[in-house]
Design a protein around this ligand. Structure first.
Ligand code: SAH
Length: 357
């Protein structure tokens, strides 16, 4: 599907925004910039701009995301946004408010072409890449929502819909924008990949120190070929080499994601193989264990929590560090692997909840 070409408010660089202010005094650009990025305001609400200019900018620089629904989980601490994009595709963004941090999980594509069978986005297939404006605006909208709750966004994870490394140009441009303009340090930004080695290598050459997460899920090629089909093109040995190089060049954290699937990748032998891979990275990769979340297209269950904790202890005894990831938003289909805008989730089922602050 063709990408939209109309300018949007968070899709333009500062210079490009300036072109929309031709004939205005120079300080107007500072005001617009501060309004969009400092105050997270819509052009219509940037009150130090003259009314007529605000109205014109509101029309000239439309938003990239049209809200369809907002769901809040039962704790009130996880909010899922469903957006419609230009062209009609839908994507989701998740805001997670923890005690110590507030994390936004952003989508990089509508759908995904990687076809991991256990992931709802993979089950739905690929629709299109997201633009810079569509990615940055997800962060801004979530930050606006956090602000209503008296919170500031502290972390960004590219762990929503899509494969960020398959759309690296816009993803990287949005990282630069989030780092430089929204003001969130690259050290608090994590890009998660299914394991596209050329993307990992390109990322290693880019300057900002972002964290890398790799969705591993299996520590031998036979099993990984089944669970993560792209492994046939980028097998584990090469993938772990690329991670080791990333770590060396960037000196940033590399973590492995492991969705625990009952009887499939949660045996002691899996822990032993995984620990051996972790030990190949110096300092070791950190493992995030996530019990598999249910999705419509994959019948196998997640590993029971008791076994997840045992598996963590086994990894520990084999010399690898692992954390059991808190599962957020399962009741609103906002958890890992459950994002499938317009498929499993429809506006009829998703309540447009009121903010609980
Ligand atoms: N395509 C990228 C970004 C998506 S991140 C990647 O694969 O890394 C989403 C994370 O959730 C990935 O680690 C993915 O493997 C994991 N995941 C997918 N389906 C899941 C499910 N049903 N339960 C738990 N985790 C899942």
């Amino acid at each position: 599907m063709a990408l939209p070409t109309t300018p949007t408010r968070y899709g333009l660089t500062r210079d490009e925004l300036g072109e929309h202010l031709a004939g205005e005094p120079r300080y107007r650009l500072d005001q617009l910039w501060d309004g969009l990025y400092g105050q997270l305001a819509d052009p219509a609400d940037i009150t130090n701009l003259p009314k007529a200019l605000r109205t014109r900018l509101e029309d000239d620089l439309p938003p990239a995301l049209t809200p369809v629904a907002e769901s809040v989980d039962e704790t009130g601490d996880t909010v899922k946004f469903l957006w419609e994009l230009d062209g009609g595709s839908r994507v989701e963004t998740v805001l997670m408010l923890y005690k110590e941090r507030a994390t936004v999980c952003v989508s990089s594509q509508a759908g995904c072409a990687m076809a991991c069978g256990f992931c709802a986005t993979g089950q739905a297939g690929f629709t299109r890449h997201l633009t810079v404006g569509e990615i940055v605006e997800q962060v801004v909208r979530a930050a606006q929502r956090a602000k209503q709750a008296g919170r500031r966004v502290s972390n960004i994870v590219f762990m929503g819909m899509g494969e960020p490394m398959a759309n690296l140009g816009p993803v990287w441009a949005s990282v630069e924008r989030i780092h430089g303009d929204v003001g969130l340090s690259a050290r608090h930004i994590t890009i998660s990949t299914v394991g596209l080695i050329p993307g990992i290598r390109s990322l290693a050459d880019l300057p900002l120190p972002v964290n890398l997460a790799v969705s591993l899920h299996a520590a031998n090629d036979a099993l990984r070929n089944e669970l993560v089909p792209i492994n046939k093109r980028y097998p584990l040995g090469d993938l772990v080499d690329a991670c080791a190089d990333y770590l060396r060049v960037k000196n940033r954290r590399v973590s492995f994601e492991w969705a625990m699937i009952d009887g499939v990748n949660d045996r002691t032998s899996d822990a032993r193989e995984l620990a051996a891979l972790c030990r190949r990275l110096q300092p070791h990769a950190h493992v995030n264990l996530i019990p598999l979340n249910p999705t419509p297209g994959y019948p196998t269950k997640g590993t029971p929590l008791r076994r997840v904790h045992e598996f963590r202890d086994e990894l520990d005894s084999f010399g690898a560090n692992a954390t059991v990831r808190q599962n957020r938003g399962t009741d609103i289909d906002a958890a890992c692997g459950q994002l499938a805008a317009g498929q499993a989730v429809t506006i009829g089922r998703t309540s447009t909840a009121t903010p609980t602050t």
